[in-house]
Design a protein around this ligand. Structure first.
Ligand SMILES: C[S@@+](CC[C@H](N)C(=O)[O-])C[C@H]1O[C@@H](n2cnc3c(N)ncnc32)[C@H](O)[C@@H]1O
Length: 185
């Protein structure tokens, strides 16, 4: 192989790597909430409050380092983590391998407002109040009736939670997506 062929091959390889979404170091757009992991004790309380068990599909919208999804997989559930920051997705994937649950979880570098979430049976949130409020309509329209939603720290405006428990001087809230109202005949 001559020098110009090697240069061309290196250039093509660089473009392929740079074009891969996870190769970007920058988030897709500025995150709505900065990364702050839930304390592990809170993670366990969230999953217990949501009654996570084998057969569940647990989403964490804004999954950070993947700890909620990984803990859910250890309970026998399948987990899906969504994060806008590719660095968080990389960490989550590494953490899932280290925890031995990589075959039961997946992590997607997506904006949570755009993500397909309809196969969830449980959704976990640790976001900010205005983000919870903005997300509420999507949760109610995209999720199946009966899907449980748990949120650490912040509630969801006038959507009354069915349970609230104390956690680390804050609260964890639980809702269940209600049956859809039928349109009037
Ligand atoms: C407070 S951290 C919570 C991390 C994790 N859920 C936990 O409880 O440990 C919020 C996460 O949401 C992510 N995030 C912020 N805005 C987002 C968006 N629009 N779409 C997807 N992820 C987002 C951030 O990158 C960050 O990792």
């Amino acid at each position: 192989m001559n020098r110009s062929t090697v240069r061309l091959a290196a250039g093509v390889l660089f473009l392929l790597i740079a074009a891969h979404p996870l190769a970007r170091q920058a988030p897709l757009r500025p995150p709505d909430v900065p990364f702050e992991p839930s304390p592990q004790r809170v993670v366990d309380q969230m999953l217990k409050l949501a009654g996570v068990r084998k057969g569940d599909v647990v989403y964490d919208l804004g999954c950070g380092d993947g700890r909620i999804v990984i803990a859910a997989a250890k309970l026998g559930a399948r987990g899906v983590g969504i994060d806008i920051d590719p660095q968080r997705i990389k960490e989550s994937q590494e953490n899932a391998v280290a925890a031995g649950v990589a075959d039961r979880v997946s992590f997607r570098n997506e904006d949570l407002f755009e993500a397909k979430i309809s196969d969830a049976t449980v959704v976990a949130l640790f976001l900010w109040p205005e983000v919870n409020l903005k997300l509420r309509a999507k949760l109610l329209s995209d999720l199946k009736p009966g899907t449980r939603v748990v949120s650490y720290y912040w509630s969801m405006g006038d959507w009354t939670p069915e349970r609230v428990i104390p956690a680390e001087r804050r609260s964890i809230y639980l809702w269940t997506v209600p049956a859809r109202r039928l349109p009037r005949p």
